[in-house]
Design a protein around this ligand. Sequence first.
Ligand SMILES: *Cc1c(COP(=O)(O)O)cnc(C)c1O
Length: 212
Amino acid sequence: MGIAENLQQLKSNLPKHITLVAVSKTKNNKAILEAYNKGHSIFGENKVQELVKKYEELPKDIHWHMIGHLQRNKVKYIAPFIHLIHAVDSVKLLKEIDKRAKQNNRIIDCLLQVHIAQEDTKFGFGLDEIEGLVKDSELYKYVNIKGMMGMASFTNNKTQIKSEFAQLKTLFDSLKNEQINILSIGMSADYELAIKKGSTMIRVGSAIFGAR
Ligand SMILES: *Cc1c(COP(=O)(O)O)cnc(C)c1O
């Protein structure tokens, strides 16, 4: 199936409250435009250089999400336009985003990445650090903490994935308010599980654009 068909099929099965981020990393402008021309305007990228290039070349009403690990020295390149940063994983990064947002006269929406996987290769804060960070977030006037993002372990064990998502959902529910209302969990392999476990935003790449 083509990109347009994949997208249409995916969207027709999504509950209304779920925001779909189409993860377009490594895919070319033509592929992105195929989805865009079907009315989709939220795309996720995980590399700053690629993201900036696509931002410059593609329609300006696209909402770009940075979903990957973000290095502090690269925040300045995306600060003028980024719509949501999913993977804030250190206080230093938060401070840098605040500084660059201020320089651009913007308030940048961010999610705190929470480490839920059992692998220790994945970035993110511990579950126990999030409440304190949310309390301190008033310090960052140009950052809006909108919620949390997580990635489950790379495994076929559904029970494990469910329990990792459930931990994050419990934390999210305890902090949820008017501002904190995004829970970014779920990718091509596990978005259905994630939705059952309370996701509000899924990040889907290969199920739309094909294998990378
Ligand atoms: C690549 C990526 C995705 C999408 O992965 P698929 O398996 O292709 O859906 C989602 N989230 C992050 C952080 C990614 O890097």
